[in-house]
Design a protein around this ligand. Structure first.
Ligand SMILES: Cc1ncc(C[n+]2csc(CCOP(=O)(O)OP(=O)(O)O)c2C)c(N)n1
Length: 581
C-alpha cells in the first residue's frame, strides 16, 4: 500500500523492509527523525549513541558480526565520525552498511553548510543522493546491496528538503532480518600498516569497479528532452530543474560518487549547452571539467552558498543576475529563535551578562544566550568545544596575567557527546576554568531526545541514568556543586565563588527542559501601579513579556498563556512590580 512519508521516515522504513538489523546515530537536524521513525516502526534494533563516532563504530561492529547496519547523523556529525569512516573504507564490510548523512544547505539549523559529497570522494566510497521520499526508500535497499556486492560502506545523503518534505512511497515486500556468518578475518579488519597497505590497493581497485558500475546502473538516468540545454544534476536540485525546465534534457545522478564519465561525455556531446545544477560545492563541475568536458553554466552562475531554487536555475540558464545568491524568500518576516518561556538557561545568561565574564559556549539551546539582549556568549565553534576552548583561554590568561577566569557553558547531551574529554584534559593539565553544565535531562535543541542522563533509551524503555556530578568528580574535578539557575542570587553567588577559586570548578543545573517535560507553573503578573517602565525585566528575553502604552512611558505586561512562571523576570525587577497570582 502506498504511504506518504518524509524522506527520513522513508529511509527508516526502507531499512526495516531491507532486512536491517542494527541502527545507531546521534541526533542532528535534519537527520533526527530517521531513528525516531525506526523506533516507532519497532522491528529493528536502534539506539542513540553518545556521539556520531560511537554510532558509526557500533554500526561497523554490527556489520562485521553479519547484521545489516545503518548509522545516521547530520553533516557535521561526519566530521566526528570521520576517523572511523576513512579506515572503514579500507576494511570494507561484512553485512551491508549505510551511513545516512543529512546536509543542511542554507543552514536552517546548523553551524555550517559543508557538502558531504566531499566525504564520499575523500573516503573513496559510493554515495547515493535521492531526489524525493520514493528514492530515499528505494536507495536504502540499493545501498545495502551495493555495500555487500562491492564490500564497501555506502553513504546515503539527503538534504533538509529531502529529509523533511513528504512524498509518496511504494513499499516493497519486507525482507526478514538478514544475518550473515560472523567470521574472523585479520588482514581485512585489523588495520596494521601491512594489512592496511593491501586494503588500500583493494580500495583503489574497488573504486575502478564502481566507476564501471556507475556507467550502467539505473540509479543514474538520462531524461531525453530538447538538445538546446542539457542539465546534469542530482538530489533536490533535480526537482528545481524539473520545475524550471520540464522539457530540458537531464542527466540525473542517483549515484553521485563515483561519477559515470562515459555517460557524462555522451550526454554533453548531445546538447548545445551543458549546465550543472548542484547545491553547495562544485563537486560535479570540478570533476566534469577535469574530464575535459565543457561546462557552459555552473558555479559561475549558481552560488556556492545556500540552497538552489527553480528561480535560481531559470536565472542561471538565462544568465540573469538573480542567480548569484540564494536570496531569502521576499516579504517573510525574520523569526530568530529564542529560549522557551520557563527555560532554565535564561536565568544563567541573565547573571553571566551581568558579571561581564567571557563565556566559551557550546551547541544547544543555550547557544541562544549569544543573541541580544542577553549577548552573554562569546565563542561557539562545534559540539564539545566549550570546555577545551575555555581551557586554552585560561592557559593564555595565566601567561598574560591579570585576566579573569573564562566560563564554559555546555548542555548534558553535548557534555556526553564530546565535552567530557575536554574536562578530563583540563583537570589533567591543571587548567582553571569555570564550567557550567546545563543538565536539562534531554537533547533539547534537536527536539528532546533521550541521552545517558535522561534515564531512558531511544525506544522509551528505562535505562541507567548517569550521575553527572559523580562523573565530573571521576574526571578529576574536586569542586563540583549543584545550582538552580531559577534562583538568580544563588546562581550569582555560586558563579562568583567558582570564578574566585583556582582550578577547574563545575556547576551543574539539573532543572528539566520545560518543553520536553511539559513543566508549567503559575504565571507571573505585573502590578501596573508598581511597574516603572524601566525595562530591566526585558533583559530576560522572554516572549511572554510585552509592552503596553501607559501615559508617556510604556509599561510591561505578561501574557499569562505564554508565561511559564519561572520568575526570572520578577527577580530582575527592582520595583517589586511582579507577583504570582
Ligand atoms: C557534531 C554535531 N552533532 C549534532 C549536532 C546537532 N545538535 C545541535 S545542538 C544538539 C544537542 C544539544 O543538547 P544539549 O547539549 O543537551 O543542550 P540543550 O539543547 O538541551 O540545551 C545537537 C545534537 C551538531 N550541531 N553537531
Amino acid at each position: 500500500m502506498k504511504k506518504i512519508l518524509s524522506g527520513n521516515e522513508a529511509i527508516a522504513l526502507g531499512f526495516s523492509d531491507s532486512g536491517g538489523v542494527f541502527a545507531s546515530g546521534y541526533p542532528g537536524t535534519p537527520s533526527t527523525e530517521t531513528l525516531e521513525a525506526l523506533a516507532r516502526i519497532g522491528d529493528v534494533y536502534c539506539e542513540w549513541a553518545t556521539n556520531e563516532k560511537v554510532g558509526l563504530e557500533s554500526a561497523i561492529g554490527a556489520s562485521i558480526a553479519g547484521g545489516r547496519a545503518m548509522a545516521t547523523m547530520k553533516h557535521v556529525g561526519v566530521n566526528v565520525a570521520a576517523d572511523a569512516l576513512l579506515t572503514l573504507a579500507y576494511t570494507g564490510v561484512n553485512a551491508g552498511l549505510i551511513l545516512m548523512v543529512a546536509d543542511d544547505p542554507g543552514m536552517h539549523s546548523s553551524q555550517n553548510e559543508q557538502d558531504s559529497r566531499n566525504y564520499a570522494k575523500f573516503a573513496k566510497i559510493p554515495m547515493l543522493d535521492p531526489s524525493d521520499s520514493r528514492e530515499a526508500y528505494d536507495f536504502v535497499s540499493a545501498g545495502l546491496e551495493l555495500s555487500e556486492r562491492f564490500d564497501t560502506p555506502v553513504m546515503l545523503r539527503t538534504t533538509t528538503r529531502i529529509s523533511h518534505a513528504k512524498g509518496v512511497v511504494e513499499p516493497r515486500e519486507k525482507l526478514p532480518p538478514r544475518i550473515r556468518e560472523w567470521v574472523k578475518d585479520v588482514p581485512k579488519y585489523v588495520m596494521l600498516p601491512n594489512y592496511g597497505q593491501a586494503r588500500h590497493q583493494e580500495l583503489e581497485k574497488r573504486l575502478l569497479r564502481l566507476r564501471e558500475f556507475a556507467e550502467t546502473t539505473p540509479l543514474n538516468r538520462e531524461e531525453a528532452g530538447g538538445n538546446d540545454l542539457g542539465i546534469l544534476t542530482s538530489g533536490v536540485s533535480y526537482q528545481y530543474v524539473k520545475e524550471a525546465y520540464p522539457g530540458a534534457s537531464i542527466l540525473k545522478l542517483g549515484l553521485v560518487h563515483p561519477l559515470p564519465e562515459k555517460k557524462i561525455r555522451e550526454f554533453a556531446g548531445k546538447v548545445k549547452r551543458l549546465m550543472i545544477v548542484e547545491e553547495l560545492d562544485a563537486i560535479f563541475e570540478e570533476q566534469v571539467r577535469a574530464m575535459g568536458v565543457r561546462v557552459d553554466i555552473g558555479k559561475d552562475r549558481i552560488s556556492l552558498c545556500g540552497e538552489v531554487s527553480a528561480d535560481i536555475v531559470r536565472a542561471a540558464a538565462e544568465e540573469a543576475d538573480a542567480a548569484k545568491g540564494a536570496a531569502p524568500a521576499a516579504d517573510l518576516p525574520q523569526r530568530p529563535p529564542t529560549l522557551c518561556p520557563g527555560c532554565s538557561h535564561r536565568g544563567l545568561f541573565s547573571i553571566l551578562g551581568k558579571l561581564k565574564v567571557f563565556v566559551s559556549g557550546d551547541i544547544g539551546c543555550y547557544t541562544l544566550g549569544a543573541l541580544p539582549p542577553m549577548s552573554a556568549m562569546h565563542s561557539c565553534i562545534c559540539m564539545g568545544a566549550s570546555i577545551s576552548a575555555a581551557h586554552g583561554m585560561a592557559k593564555v590568561n595565566e601567561i598574560a596575567g591579570g585576566r579573569g577566569k573564562p566560563v564554559a557553558v555546555i548542555g548534558d547531551s553535548t557534555f556526553f557527546h564530546s565535552g567530557m574529554t575536554g574536562l578530563l584534559s583540563m583537570a589533567y593539565n591543571g587548567g582553571s576554568a569555570l564550567v557550567i553544565i546545563m543538565d536539562n535531562r534531554t537533547t533539547g535543541m534537536t527536539g528532546g531526545q533521550e541521552n545517558p542522563g535522561s534515564g531512558r533509551v531511544l525506544a522509551g524503555e528505562l535505562s541507567r541514568q548517569v550521575d553527572i556530578i559523580a562523573l565530573v568528580k571521576a574526571l578529576g574535578v574536586d569542586h563540583v556543586e549543584e545550582i538552580s539557575t531559577y534562583d538568580l542570587k544563588e546562581t550569582e553567588a555560586a558563579i562568583r565563588k567558582g570564578l574566585a577559586t583556582p582550578g577547574p570548578y563545575v556547576l551543574v543545573d539539573k532543572n528539566p527542559c520545560v518543553l520536553r517535560y511539559r513543566v508549567k507553573t503559575i504565571p507571573v503578573a505585573v502590578d501596573p501601579e508598581k511597574c516603572s517602565g524601566c525595562r530591566a525585566c526585558l533583559k530576560a528575553a522572554c516572549v511572554a513579556l510585552g509592552l503596553v502604552s501607559s501615559g508617556d512611558k510604556p509599561k510591561v505586561m505578561i501574557d499569562p498563556d505564554i508565561c511559564n512562571g519561572c520568575d526570572v523576570c520578577s527577580q530582575l525587577c527592582k520595583f517589586d512590580a511582579m507577583y504570582k497570582k
